[in-house]
Design a protein around this ligand. Structure first.
Ligand SMILES: [Zn+2]
Length: 289
């Protein structure tokens, strides 16, 4: 769980996200936390041009997973539960940047300036695409998926907090059963396979909230639940200066969360202003290990 200060920040960010019109029917936008769940060191991450690892199409059986967890009651809720990756063991000053594309009404745009900058600077990133965003931008999603600089992650089908009993985050109702949680993951899992030809390795819920049963469901479906250590843009509500200052707090082995579907937000300018400084300070951007 997170402390009171972080909780306050999250609530502030949620309120701002709501005010900004982020939230559409049922599901909304991700926000901040802090912790240090650790993965193994990155492999082959030294070369930014190295393509992310490819998973074969999963042999997971979604019906069996839903049946396995039927009737299970969750014991925990949050953004940094056991099993949610919020960092990795860095061998140097490696850092992973991630961008969510949340999709849905008003959230299907794309920050082309930010993506062009990442490409020009050869900065790898993991892009968590919601199914609604992919469906609104299929050609662009395909281009991004074909670029080895970017790894495509699963940001859910309807952008719901992942719950087995309907628990809400920021007044956004979560999935209400194990079957609904499976469907939220699997609908976009299948969509990404259709897009890329391989299964997504990583999953992040809409709002980044999970219960402990949902974390297990994601794993059983062959994906790794991902959180973050650095909330860079507060659901695309932060100013460019805030984003810049947030990014400059990056620590090796961290994972930043920001958004790529709000080109008029401060996110892009803040990233353009801060990432070169981090590179000058010796940071190396890597895919999630
Ligand atoms: Zn989102």
């Amino acid at each position: 769980m997170f402390d009171a200060g972080l909780s306050r920040r999250g609530l502030f960010a949620a309120g701002a996200a709501l005010a900004a019109g982020f939230v559409t029917a049922g599901c909304g936008v991700a926000n901040g936390n802090s912790s240090d769940r650790i993965l193994d060191p990155p492999r082959g991450a030294a070369d930014p041009a190295t393509a992310p690892a490819r998973l074969p199409i999963s042999g997971a059986n979604p019906d069996a997973v839903a049946a396995k967890y039927a009737g299970r009651q969750p014991q925990a809720w949050g953004m940094d539960l056991d099993g949610i990756v919020t960092g990795f063991n860095a061998t140097g000053k490696q850092f992973a940047i991630t961008f969510d594309a949340c999709g849905g009404p008003g959230n299907n745009d794309i920050d082309e300036n930010l993506l062009a900058f990442l490409q020009a600077q050869q900065i790898p990133a993991t892009l968590f695409l919601n199914k609604r965003w992919i469906d609104a931008n299929p050609a662009r999603a395909g281009q991004l998926a074909n670029n080895p600089l970017f790894e495509i992650g699963n940001h859910g089908t309807a952008h719901c907090p992942l719950s087995v009993n309907g628990r809400a985050a920021y007044e956004i109702k979560g999935t209400a059963s194990p079957q609904a949680a499976v469907d939220e993951v699997w609908g976009n899992h299948q969509r990404i396979i259709a897009l890329t030809g391989h299964a997504p390795r990583f999953f992040r819920t809409g709002t980044a909230h999970y219960d402990d049963v949902a974390v297990s469901i994601v794993k059983d479906l062959g994906e790794t639940p991902v959180g973050f250590s650095l909330n860079a843009d507060y659901g695309a509500t932060a100013t460019s200066t805030q984003v810049q200052n947030n990014m400059l707090t990056a620590k090796p082995g961290g994972i930043s969360l920001a958004h790529m579907h709000r080109p008029k937000a401060g996110t892009g300018a803040g990233m353009l202003a801060s990432l070169p400084t981090l590179v000058a300070n010796g940071f190396q951007f890597v895919h999630l290990p």
